[in-house]
Design a protein around this ligand. Sequence first.
Ligand code: R5P
Length: 289
Amino acid sequence: LLVFAGQSNRPLAQAICDHLGVPLGRSKTEKFTNDNIIVHYEESLREGDVFIVQTFSNPVSDSIMELMLMIDAAKSASAGRVTAVIPYYSYARSDKKDSPRISIAGRLIADLLQEAGADRILTMTLHAPQVHGFFKVPVDHLSADLVLSEHFRQCVPDAHNGVVLAPDAGSIKRASQIARRLDSGLAMIDKERLSDTEVRPRALIGDVDGKTVFIVDDEISTAGSLVETVNIARSMGAKDVYVAVTHGVYSGPAIQRIAGLDVTQVASTNTVLVPESKVEASNGKLAVL
Ligand code: R5P
């Protein structure tokens, strides 16, 4: 088993290696002055079972390009099997033609990964689970639900008296699974997305009055959804609010929005690297699990 990593989240790759008790493979990525990228493995991959850890962030396009090159170079170096470990597949948000003449990057990137030579994909909490079907090679689609539920239980020992709140219809299945794990109540927001950064809640379905509320989602990007979800939960009488998501992307105004938010904590897993500066700027509300 050989584990290598691109540049997007090396601490996660190192943690995976520490857990497995294997060293992180030696490889180098360089960028030329014209922005072209070259990757170079510094050890043999011949017949190896190669895993390449690369999350789509930091910046997204560079991380995708680097992963393509790492897969291609691994194949050229006679690797036996290549698994692309993509903890956060950011383009799972682009999964259908929902307006005329638009791109569907979730499918295109799946095609390109296979064309580059990926034999298997390992990923986590796809924004649209059906993106799984864009791949012809086997996909292991992992879930962080257990981690998020255990986190809530640790923060709030009587979590069973609380309510898990789904910020939109798309996240109700995940919310319901977490509510079952916590043995808690369940509520949902009927939300309308106005633009990339703005959403409008229409109604909260369920009862959060006087209760501890656990908001779960696949990701926080600009935190627009989160702000609206917290505000409506508060206006309906929520007592304490805890938030946990799989992917903490925290783009654009997210950190500023979270810093001013009336919540106890906003937690995410480590699929995306969250710099310490963002944790500090959030008034200490951010936690990485
Ligand atoms: C929405 O459909 C998703 O489940 C997330 O709520 C959304 O992607 C988060 O985006 P933002 O933080 O920009 O509102």
